[in-house]
Design a protein around this ligand. Structure first.
Ligand SMILES: [Zn+2]
Length: 232
């Protein structure tokens, strides 16, 4: 089994290298690393959703993005890692499929943009970036309909401007990776449908709740090391 696993890994690597050599082809689908959560039906083994991260991310065409990450002349984000490790937690970098980037993290027109904005047309499904427990699912001023997930280790993710919540999305619910949270929308302070996605750290038991957490640039975390994963 292990040798077979290595072979598949080598084949995937060859595919990846081939993809890098040519100009970016259609996205290659990645499989998430196997994780042992315990037996099916166990509360520690929440259902995994259908999401598969795209391997590449492109800046949306026709727009100037003042806080854009470094990108090549064809607007592909350089050194993009589809799966990252944020303070010990494995997360998808962009928790929705086939999107382009409309805004990066950081100063934008003199104000701090505490996440990244991505969009697709038609607006797509938004998924959990990693397994965890929903701590907020509500409408907040500015963010509109938004979900906050606690991934443990003081790491949280927020998904904002959703059009609606998927069935069962409520505070206290444990979910797996890639679980549908709702649909990309324009609720709150948004001029067009997009997903505003944040990676947050800190202690949520503070007077400001999730607004008292510290935001980090999802594009600045190290990649998940597939070769070192327990399943390889
Ligand atoms: Zn935003």
């Amino acid at each position: 089994m292990r040798a077979g696993g290595r072979l598949i890994l080598a084949a995937l690597l060859a595919l990846f290298m081939a993809a890098c050599a040519s100009s970016r082809p259609s996205p290659i689908i990645l499989r998430m690393p196997p994780v042992d959560y315990g037996p099916p039906g166990d509360a520690r083994n929440p259902a995994q959703g259908p999401f598969q991260p795209n391997q590449f991310l492109r800046l949306c065409p026709g727009t100037h993005i003042s806080n854009a990450p470094p990108a090549d002349p064809e607007r592909w984000v350089r050194e993009f890692h589809p799966v990252i490790v944020a303070f010990g937690v494995v997360l998808a970098t962009v928790p929705t499929n086939d999107v382009c980037l409309t805004s990066g993290f950081g100063l934008r027109g003199g104000t701090m943009h505490s996440g990244i904005d991505v969009a697709s047309r038609p607006p797509g499904t938004v998924y959990s970036a990693g397994p965890g427990r929903i701590v907020e699912a509500r409408s907040s001023s500015g963010y509109g309909l938004n979900v906050v997930i606690d991934h443990g280790r003081g790491v949280y993710t927020r998904y904002a401007h959703l059009d609606w919540f998927a069935p069962g999305i409520a505070p206290g619910v444990s979910i797996g990776f890639g679980h549908p949270l709702g649909q990309m929308g324009a609720t709150g302070n948004a001029t067009a449908p997009h997903l505003h996605y944040e990676i947050l750290t800190g202690n949520i038991d503070n007077p400001r709740g999730s607004f008292g957490l510290t935001a980090h640039n999802p594009l600045n975390f190290p990649p998940y090391d597939w070769a070192a994963s327990p399943g390889s």
